[in-house]
Every structure is written in structure tokens, then in C-alpha cells.
Design a binder for this molecule. Structure first.
Ligand code: UT7
Length: 347
């Protein structure tokens, strides 16, 4: 081997040794323009702005028009992200849409519809069904595809149209949810070994599967000709039990994620929790002895958008100048499944 070739080999090895990271290059979101206030519920339900605000922190939610489906919101958010990064749709290798409210009952996935509509001709596409924790699961899936060398550019979105699956006569659930989508582009990047999605914790507890469910329409209780009970197709929830579960896993999970990465609250710029109920966030902050000011909260405007809540929050934080390159942040979510988990991200 000649001297020149030898040098080249050494350089190549040096380049390869730089750690590949899964970096979030841009974030954006889409919500329907129709903004529904708490007061509007009082016209047809025994509830009030006072009850909803004091029990949940919710003031408004955005509700899609009848012609809109989940993929429409996901497409809008994904297109905005691609425009921001200048990445062409053909450069996207994988589309991961976290959703529990697909356009169809599993056939086809929302991500395939998005793939076609944005023109991502070379992309694989799959949905991630992990309830409100879906975006966190999808981010960790993206990180592993990138570290494994299977993809370089991945669109990850959380997209939900919960207004279509709630019972508008059930005050226990319908006041809690909203529609929306948030998306990020995760790319392979070896320029800075400290940036990107650094670590995640993903967990599940299927013993609580039936605490949050849509009973009818799946293979357990399929639709039968002529006997559709709408109430059994809507989302129903044991709110109190989910509340208790959430406070426990959020408070313990955040501390676990910090301890396993040898960091303290002082190292974190923000904790970005799933926006289900401001009281869950307050109780988890108190239990984990983390100041509430570390938690980003925007539930007042959007209510619970399930898998979309964290990317919508990240996008709002960016546009408000609250997230800077180099900031260390921690996401944490919980939801149907039951599932829970979090990501540690160097922005
Ligand atoms: O994203 C993950 C999924 N969802 C969640 O994380 C939600 C978790 N759970 C919660 O956030 C809370 O448990 C709720 C907000 C759902 C309920 O709040 P709560 O303080 O736990 O209320 P509760 O269920 O203990 O109900 C208290 C009372 C009940 O009346 P009675 O039985 O005491 O007479 C409810 O019927 O509040 C009543 N209530 C309402 N009253 C007015 C329930 N919903 C309403 C309402 N307006 N919208």
C-alpha cells in the first residue's frame, strides 16, 4: 500500500469514528382554525368554564371541520417541516406517524397516506400506536433507525383527530381533547456528537389496557350488521385511575431518566410533558421536587391532543424563542396502552 492510500484510509477511519447522532432539524405544527372555548360546552352539557379550567387547565381546543381527517393535519405539519429544512420529499427515508385516530381502521396507515401526499417516493411508512406516548416512542424508533444506518432523514409526527372519536354527550371526556398535528425531521448528523436524541425510556403496562379504550370496531368486538352502538365506538376513560397512574409514572420516570444520565434539574432547560391535565403536571412536579417553572405548559390553548401534544409544544417553544441550540430538554408522556416514556434531547 502506498503512502497516500494509507493516509486516506486513516482519514476515512477518523471520519467514521465520529459519533452519528439523530438530530431534530426542524419542528412545526398544524391545528384546525376553529377554536372552541369552554363556554360553548355549557350550551349543550352540564359543565362550565370554571369546572374545566379548575380541574384541567384547559381553556380552548381546536376542532377540525367534518371534511378534514387526521392525515390532512399530518400532511400540513410535515410539509412545513420539509420547507423549513430544505430537504426534498425524495430524500425522506422513513415516515413515522404516531396516532390512535387514523383516517381508517388500520387499513391503510396514516403514514402511507402522508407518504403519497407529500411525494416521499423513496420512504418507508408506518404508524406508531402508543397512545399519547406515541411521539416519544416514534422519536426513539427514529433514533434507532439512524444509529443502525437504516435511514438518514425521518419525518416523525404525532397527529390526532380526537374530536371525531369522543362522545360529545359525555362531559367526563369530551371537554378534555382537541385536534392537531406536530412534526419534526430527524436526520443523521455526525458534526456534533453531543447533539440530538440522546437517550429514551419507553415503558408499558398493559394491565391498564381497558382504562382508556374504544370498545367496538376492532377484532374483539367487531361491528355487526344493524347493531352499532355509537357509545361503544367512542373513547371512554377511567379518568381518576389514569390520573393516578400518570402522576406516578411522570414523577418517577423523569427522575429515572435524569439519574440514568447522571444529570440534575439544573442541567435541563425544559421538561416538555404530555399536555393532558395541568394538575397532573403540577402534582408530578411536586412529587419529583422539580420546580413547576421547568415544565412547558400550553394545555390552555390546545387541550389534550394525545400524540400531537409534545411536538406542538416543541414547535411553540421554538417560535417563542424558548428553545436554543444546545439546550438539554426532557420530554415525558403517558397514555392509552397503558404506555409511558420520555426522551432526553440536546436541541
Ligand atoms: O392523555 C391521557 C389520557 N387522559 C388523561 O390523562 C386524563 C386523566 N384524568 C384527569 O385528568 C381527571 O381525572 C379528569 C379531568 C378526567 C377528571 O377530574 P377529577 O378531578 O378527577 O374529577 P372526577 O372524575 O373525580 O369527578 C368529579 C366530579 C364528578 O361528579 P360527582 O360524581 O362528584 O357528582 C363528575 O361527574 O366532577 C364531575 N365532572 C364534571 N363536572 C362538570 C366530570 N366532568 C365534568 C365536567 N363538568 N366536564
Amino acid at each position: 500500500m502506498g503512502k497516500e492510500t494509507c493516509l486516506l484510509t486513516q482519514q476515512t477511519n477518523h471520519i467514521n469514528m465520529k459519533a452519528m447522532q439523530a438530530v431534530i432539524r426542524a419542528v412545526d405544527f398544524a391545528v384546525p382554525s376553529r377554536r372552541m372555548s369552554n363556554e360553548e360546552f355549557s350550551a349543550f352539557l352540564d359543565t362550565s368554564d370554571e369546572w374545566i379550567r379548575s380541574h384541567t387547565g384547559i381553556g380552548y381546543r381546536h376542532i377540525a371541520e367534518p371534511s378534514v381527517a387526521t392525515s390532512d393535519l399530518a400532511v400540513e405539519a410535515c410539509k412545513k417541516v420539509l420547507e423549513k429544512t430544505g430537504i426534498a420529499p425524495e430524500e425522506v427515508d422513513l415516515i413515522l406517524i404516531a396516532t390512535a385516530t387514523g383516517d381508517f381502521l388500520g387499513f391503510p396507515s396514516v403514514s402511507c397516506i402522508v407518504q403519497d401526499r407529500i411525494g416521499a417516493k423513496k420512504a418507508a411508512a408506518m404508524d406508531v400506536v402508543a397512545g399519547c406516548t406515541g411521539f416519544i416512542y416514534a422519536l426513539e424508533t427514529a433514533r434507532n433507525f439512524i444509529l443502525g444506518g437504516g435511514a438518514r432523514n425521518i419525518l416523525v409526527a404525532g397527529a390526532e383527530l380526537l374530536s371525531r372519536v369522543i362522545d360529545w354527550k359525555d362531559r367526563n371526556t369530551c371537554v378534555l381533547f382537541g385536534d392537531g398535528a406536530g412534526a419534526v425531521l430527524v436526520s443523521a448528523d455526525s458534526s456534533d456528537g453531543n447533539r440530538g436524541i440522546l437517550h429514551s425510556v419507553l415503558r408499558s403496562d398493559g394491565s391498564g389496557a381497558r382504562l382508556l379504550e374504544r370498545t367496538e370496531g376492532g377484532t374483539r368486538f367487531p361491528f355487526k350488521d344493524g347493531v352499532i352502538d355509537p357509545a361503544r365506538t367512542y373513547l371512554k376513560m377511567d379518568g381518576r385511575q389514569v390520573y393516578n397512574f400518570a402522576v406516578k409514572v411522570v414523577s418517577e420516570g423523569i427522575v429515572d431518566l435524569m439519574e440514568s444520565n447522571h444529570i440534575t434539574t439544573d442541567d435541563l432547560s425544559w421538561i416538555v410533558p404530555h399536555q393532558a391535565n395541568v394538575r397532573i403536571i403540577e402534582a408530578a412536579a411536586k412529587r419529583s421536587k422539580i420546580p413547576l417553572s421547568k415544565f412547558f405548559i400550553n394545555i390552555e390553548e390546545y387541550a389534550n391532543t394525545s400524540a400531537a401534544s409534545i411536538p406542538i409544544a416543541l414547535s411553540e417553544m421554538c417560535s417563542k424563542g424558548l428553545l436554543k441550540a444546545g439546550d438539554l430538554i426532557l420530554t415525558f408522556g403517558f397514555g392509552a396502552g397503558l404506555t409511558y416514556g420520555g426522551n432526553l434531547i440536546r436541541w
